[in-house]
Design a binder for this molecule. Sequence first.
Ligand SMILES: C[S@@+](CC[C@H](N)C(=O)[O-])C[C@H]1O[C@@H](n2cnc3c(N)ncnc32)[C@H](O)[C@@H]1O
Ligand SMILES: [Zn+2]
Length: 279
Amino acid sequence: MSKRLSKKERALELFRKYSEVFRCPICAKWLVVYEPSGLRCGSNHNFDLAKNGYLNLLNTHPKSEYGKELFLARRKVFSSYIFHGLWTELYDTIENIEPKNGVVLDAGCGEGLLLSRLYQRFPSLKLIGLDISRDGIKLAASHAEPIIWCVGDLAQLPLNDRVADVVLNILSPANYSEFERVLKHSGYVIKVIPGEEYLQEIRELVTDTTPYNNQDVMENLKDNMNIVEVRKVHYKSEVVSEFQSEIIKMTPLTSKRGLSTRPIDSLTIDLNIVRCSFN
Ligand SMILES: C[S@@+](CC[C@H](N)C(=O)[O-])C[C@H]1O[C@@H](n2cnc3c(N)ncnc32)[C@H](O)[C@@H]1O
Ligand SMILES: [Zn+2]
């Protein structure tokens, strides 16, 4: 009977398989697997894999407003019927690109739900999730699918030039010069940007907030990339009582803010899925 591999051993196997993809975030030399436990570059910068198989590429511990409780709440709500409409359009957008066995980077992947679902639909893709929040990546590494998870900064991607077929950037900050560097010429960025009514029922609970406006984000995107397609996902979903507490916890909008306590009966999902290229 063959020995069951640990999470760390499985992750090392994946890194070996993707050996041309990674570079050192400090000196930009290629990163290769060194036995028994991590990756090393030509200048001897070492990065050890954590026990549950993720790679920490940051030598700082940045403070983040995204913590474990938020990510757990987010996972529960995003995997429910409430976000079903977003998933359908996202899968369709990715399917239309046909990345086949290409490299897909999720820059700002949070707790990793999107890549775990993508693997189930498109198992030949090489999937890499990166987030600056260690809590997010720790949770992401609890998904069973063969995906590479890294704690890292999307402003200093640990990827070689022109290796990615798709960069996903879902409700997260962007760094277009890094996206351009790592993306193949034929590649696409798929960015999800909130519309003005996104989660408006949560905003209404917060006593000191202003309405959301995506104008700056859209302008920055248009200054850097060419928009190929925009899909608008806009609907109101009923919220059953099972989700009340997670709805409040799933966004930094509500943390440390004055909140009125009435329950939320429905939630507006107003998102733009923007497919863009540098060509
Ligand atoms: C609203 S969450 C979205 C997470 C995930 N895409 C989702 O939709 O559930 C924004 C994410 O961006 C990450 N983030 C913020 N700045 C980042 C950076 N410089 N590099 C990598 N990730 C970053 C945060 O840690 C957080 O997980
Ligand atoms: Zn190095």
